[in-house]
Design a protein around this ligand. Structure first.
Ligand code: HEM
Length: 146
C-alpha cells in the first residue's frame, strides 16, 4: 500500500532532523544535561524539586518523549503542558527568561550543529511564549496599556 501523506511527511522531517545531528540519543543527552543545569540552578532548582519530588525518573522520561515528539515526530508524548504549568503559581515571567537562558547555554555546549541549536531554541522560545500567555496574560492589563 502507498504510504500516507502523514507518514511521508514524518519520514522527511526525521531525515532532516537526522541531518542536523538530532536523533534519539541526542534528545536523551539534551534532556539529561538540561535538567542537570536546572536542578543546580538556585532559582529554578527548588521550584522543580518542590513539585517533582521523588518523581524525577518519570519526569525525565516524559521530557524525552516530549522533545522526541517535537524533533523526531515519534508520537510518544501524550501529556498536556498547559495545565501542568497553569498550576505553578510560584512561577513568574523572569523564571522563563532564566529557563530559556539555561536551555540555550546547554545547546551551546552540546548541539551537534548550528541547525540543531537553532531548531531547539526556536521551539523552546515558541512554547515558552505560549505557556506565558496562558499563565500571565491579563486582558484588563492589556486594556490599561493601550
Ligand atoms: C520557568 C519555566 C518553567 C518551569 C518552572 C517549569 C516547571 C515544570 C514543572 C515543575 C513540571 C512538572 C509538573 C508536574 O509534574 O506536575 C513541568 C512539566 C513540563 N514542562 Fe515545564 N516548566 C517551565 C518551562 C517549560 C518550557 C519552556 C517547556 C517547553 C519548551 C516546558 C515543558 C514541560 C513539559 C512538556 C512538561 C510535562 C507536562 C505533562 O505532560 O505533564 N516547561 N514543568
Amino acid at each position: 500500500m502507498d504510504k500516507s501523506f502523514a507518514e511521508v511527511h514524518r519520514e522527511n522531517y526525521r531525515r532532516q532532523a537526522n541531518g542536523y545531528g538530532i536523533d534519539e540519543a541526542f534528545v536523551s543527552l539534551l534532556v539529561e544535561s538540561f535538567y542537570t543545569k536546572i536542578r543546580a540552578d538556585s532559582d529554578l532548582g527548588p521550584i522543580f524539586d518542590g513539585v517533582i519530588g521523588e518523581g524525577w525518573p518519570a519526569h525525565m522520561n516524559k521530557m524525552k518523549q516530549f522533545w522526541g515528539a517535537i524533533a523526531l515526530k515519534t508520537g510518544e508524548y501524550h501529556g498536556r503542558p498547559m495545565p501542568a504549568h497553569m498550576k505553578l503559581k510560584q512561577v513568574e515571567r523572569w523564571h522563563f527568561d532564566r529557563w530559556l537562558e539555561l536551555f540555550a547555554q546547554n545547546l551551546e555546549e552540546i548541539a551537534p550543529s548550528p541547525e540543531a541549536k537553532n531548531f531547539f531554541n526556536a521551539r523552546a522560545q515558541n512554547i515558552a511564549r505560549s505557556l506565558m500567555t496562558g499563565m500571565f496574560y491579563d486582558p484588563a492589563q492589556d486594556l490599561l496599556e493601550r
